[in-house]
Design a protein around this ligand. Structure first.
Ligand code: PAF
Length: 278
């Protein structure tokens, strides 16, 4: 596995590369969810292709006062995991941004609700760093988890609107046995909070049950989700929304192609999840 830490070295590498390349962009603290992304990347790259993983905790996507400083950075463990997973290139840039940077990429429609409404500037940071990674590593395809549903939609839109010649591959969320979606932030939870964190999945599956049973009122469905979440003493709703799967507009009445998306604080840890309802 080749490890590159400088943007110029990455550009030299891609100039000399003559294989298909599939990128898995991450912020590190790798877990089984990332391993699934790497596995899917290998399937798409083929055995002789390049699977590249980028690890960069992107300051631009953390709003002031959030967990940028304490975000886990287990570099040695991440490197070992990548090596064992058969990754060909680990890109861990140390010089990603210029101090006087003044160009950003902003998606202005899909980013406005859900996490975008609660975390101003977040998707501008995500789009800017992902566009930079695409320019630096020029992959043929890139793999993202569906847990970050809005992020995936925003990146697909950026790729479409800015004509990046890159296939975007979405991978279903990997869950623990009790339904909790795998996330690097799960490691912030203490044992009691970890038990309570299943409330996100329980709330979504309750809503799906009601929807499957014929409930069409989004207000009723959201109230039901909030009722389940309220049963966990350390849980605080950031948002619960039922949206159109494509344009992410909030729905009033359930219709085909609906997704429930939610963000819930368990103690101080903000977790997100989503589930297709129809
Ligand atoms: O999903 C993530 O880990 C990050 O948002 C990403 C896509 C690597 C951009 O920093």
């Amino acid at each position: 596995m080749r490890v590159i830490e400088a943007t110029e070295a990455a550009q030299t590498h891609v100039r000399e590369r003559d294989t298909k390349s599939v990128l898995v962009p991450t912020m590190g603290a790798l877990h089984r969810g990332h391993l699934k992304l790497i596995h899917v990347a290998r399937e798409h790259a083929g055995k002789d292709g390049e699977v590249a993983v980028s690890i960069f905790v992107n300051p631009l996507q953390f709003e002031p006062g959030s967990d940028f400083e304490k975000y886990p950075r287990p570099e040695a463990a991440d490197e070992k995991l990548c090596e064992e997973a058969g990754v060909n290139l680990l890109f861990r840039p140390r010089d990603m941004y210029f101090d006087d940077r003044s160009v950003y990429i902003e998606e202005t429609s899909l980013s406005s609700g859900l996490c975008g409404a609660m975390r101003p500037g977040h998707f501008r940071g995500v789009c800017t760093v992902v566009a930079k990674l695409f320019n630096l590593l020029t992959p043929d395809a890139a793999v993202f988890g569906e847990k970050d549903y809005q992020q995936l939609a925003v990146i697909r839109r950026m790729v479409r609107d800015l004509n990046f010649p890159i296939e975007i591959i979405g991978v279903p969320t990997v869950r623990e046995a009790d339904g909790l979606a795998l996330s690097s932030r799960n490691q912030y939870l203490n044992a009691d909070e970890r038990t309570q964190a299943t409330v996100l999945y329980r709330a979504m599956t309750r809503v799906k049950e009601l929807a499957d049973g014929g409930q069409k009122s989004v207000r009723e469905l959201i109230d039901a989700a909030k009722g389940v979440i309220a049963s966990a003493k350390s849980a605080r709703v950031d948002y619960v929304a039922i949206v159109d799967a494509v344009n992410l507009h909030s729905l009033e009445t359930l219709r085909p192609n609906a997704v429930i998306a939610l963000a819930v604080f368990i103690g101080k840890t903000r977790l997100i999840d989503n589930l297709r309802l129809t």
